[in-house]
Design a protein around this ligand. Structure first.
Ligand code: G4P
Length: 534
């Protein structure tokens, strides 16, 4: 392997890029904090949460980020630990589940699924899991809140298998879980050793830990009664549980399960060790002409998130790119695969809250923000050298539709620009009825909440009030086929033909039945509920 390629492979190999999937309140934020604490990135936990709530803490936090080389951005948190570069991609829409969440999961190589020990698999966990399962993303599970009454470790294992349909392979097992403060530590099932923890106030620092083999722990770290109970459970879990199988894990068919409490820090260290040992480095990414390995010498990356107006002072857009191959260098020239246009990437940034810091270089697995005025879209591939075009789903079949109007004639320009940008960010899809004015586009989204987001952002970022009126359609299908058939489709009164932003025909229908009838009457045409991918 040439020297440059070997260096690249080394850099890619030490990256671990992952996302946390969980239902709100399961403990994602707390676990993130504790990972930073145990990775030695913060001295005391509590700052990530503080950052969310308080301005002064926020600036302290930002100063510290820079000092320690951590970046907590709108999109990825990145830090060095034991020779690895860890990139934790934020899954937004945390309380308000949105398409954005699906999209950012495309940028991760692994996922950590956090469960509340007494609630098991909750609706949002399941939704996010399905997205990961679609891509066979390897998933590690952390069963959190083992200190809480009602914690049910066996129940969680059962739910993973029954609800999600994958094998659960416990790597460790809680000691004395259950009501009140009985959760004391974990038994490592691979080494048959016990770790027992001493609580620290507010879980603010790493917990003192004592370890011993299971047999040596009897009568020392554990009472005879606790040891007997643990022996019974270890026996049960050995015979009933699945042994860990690396291949099945990497294929997304099995999840290694760790138990702990992010609040008290019990079980965090074994989980972090497990994560470092098991989470895969960046692998080949699927592309139109075959998978692209990270050590491909030319840079390539995919735009997985767009955000306009992150900073009201700049009023520009940031395209978040996951580097997939090669080395990114500031000022390099990259081609946008969709259009063939070349551009010099002069402004590549990491974001710290409202502030920006220039990124000079990046490697596969890393996330960079590219400041652009226009030209990039969600799902776009940027590349150097031979053209590459990554595949992936960046838009989802819309189920809600509304027409949007601007009543203020003086603000029409801002209205049009705002809608265009929000469309490019993927907040909604914009459809145009050729028979109507372009000032009355149709908004299409998976959930109605997106319409409120559009209204709110048009008002706050573009100073224009919009009136959004729901439409009765329930599905959209992209139509393709011979030009003659496309030019004169047979339609009905309960469907409507509109165009997407590229001018492609889209059929809106009120009912499944109406759509079925149109399909039958137009046998030469194909109807696809999935928008063409970027
Ligand atoms: P999220 O990001 O997934 O939404 O969850 P987050 O970490 O914010 O945690 C949600 C609530 O659960 C918080 O309580 C947090 O303290 C608590 N929590 C997280 N991990 C554990 C755990 O291991 N054990 C116990 N007992 N509680 C845990 P809160 O009251 O909503 O917030 P706060 O007042 O504690 O900040």
């Amino acid at each position: 392997m040439p020297r440059e390629e070997a260096a690249l492979a080394r850099e890619a190999d030490r990256r671990r890029t992952f996302a946390i999937i969980s239902h709100p309140d399961a403990g994602k934020t707390t676990l993130t904090e504790k990972l930073l604490l145990y990775a030695g990135m913060v001295d005391e936990a509590g700052l990530v949460r503080g950052r969310r709530n308080s301005r002064s803490v926020k600036s302290d936090w930002m100063a510290m980020e820079r000092e320690r080389g951590i970046s907590v951005t709108a999109t990825a948190l990145s830090f060095e630990f034991r020779g690895r570069r860890i990139n934790l991609i934020d899954t937004p829409g945390h309380q308000d589940f949105s398409e954005d969440t699906y999209r950012v999961l495309n940028a991760a190589d692994a996922a950590v699924m956090v469960l509340d020990a007494s609630k098991g698999i909750e609706p949002q966990t399941e939704k996010l899991f399905r997205v990961c399962a679609d891509r066979r993303t390897p998933i590690l599970t952390f069963v959190n809140k083992m200190d809480r009454p009602g914690a049910d470790p066996l129940g969680c294992l059962g739910q993973i298998e029954e609800v999600l349909g994958i094998d659960a392979a416990p790597v460790n097992w809680p000691i004395g879980p259950g009501p009140g403060r009985n959760f004391r530590g974990v038994l490592d099932l691979t080494t048959d050793s016990v770790q027992v923890y001493k609580p620290v106030p507010h879980g603010a620092t790493a917990v003192p830990t004592e370890s011993a083999s299971r047999s040596a722990a009897r009568g020392t770290l554990l009472s005879e009664e606790e040891a007997d109970h643990l022996d019974d459970e270890a026996e049960l879990i050995r015979t009933a549980g699945h042994p860990f199988d690396r291949e099945r894990f990497l294929d997304g068919a099995q999840t290694p399960v760790y138990f702990g409490s992010a609040l008290t820090n019990f079980g965090i260290e074994p989980f972090l060790d497990g994560f470092l040992g098991l989470a895969p480095p960046p692998g080949p990414r699927p592309a139109v002409d075959g998978a692209v390995p990270p050590e491909r010498p030319g840079f390539s990356g995919v735009v997985f998130k767009m955000q306009a107006n992150l900073d009201p002072r700049h009023r520009d857009r940031v395209a978040f790119v996951r580097v997939c191959s090669g080395r990114f260098e500031r000022d390099m020239e990259a081609t946008v695969a969709r259009t063939g246009e070349k551009f010099r990437v002069a402004r590549s940034v990491r974001l710290f809250g409202q502030e920006r810091e220039t990124v000079e270089d990046a490697f596969p697995g890393d996330v960079i923000g590219i400041v652009t005025s226009a030209g990039l879209r969600l799902g776009d591939t940027l590349c150097e050298g031979d053209p590459v075009r990554f595949t992936g789903r960046w838009s989802f079949p819309p189920e809600r539709f509304a027409v949007v109007r601007c009543d203020d004639t003086n603000r029409r320009k801002q209205f049009v620009k705002g809608l265009q940008q929000l469309g490019e960010e993927g907040v909604v899809q914009l459809l145009i009825d050729p028979a109507k004015s372009s000032l009355e586009p149709i908004l299409a989204a998976v959930g109605e909440l997106q319409f409120d987001v559009v209204k709110f952002r048009l008002e706050t970022e573009y100073g224009t009030k919009a009136v959004v009126s729901p439409l009765p359609y329930s599905s959209a299908c992209w139509m393709t086929g011979p030009a003659a058939a496309l030019a004169r489709p047979m339609l009905r009164s309960d469907v409507r033909l509109v165009r997407d932003r590229d001018g492609s025909p889209v059929l809106l229908s009120t009912t499944d039945w109406a759509l079925r009838m149109v399909r039958e009457q137009n046998p030469d045409l194909t109807f696809d509920p999935h928008p063409p991918s970027g």
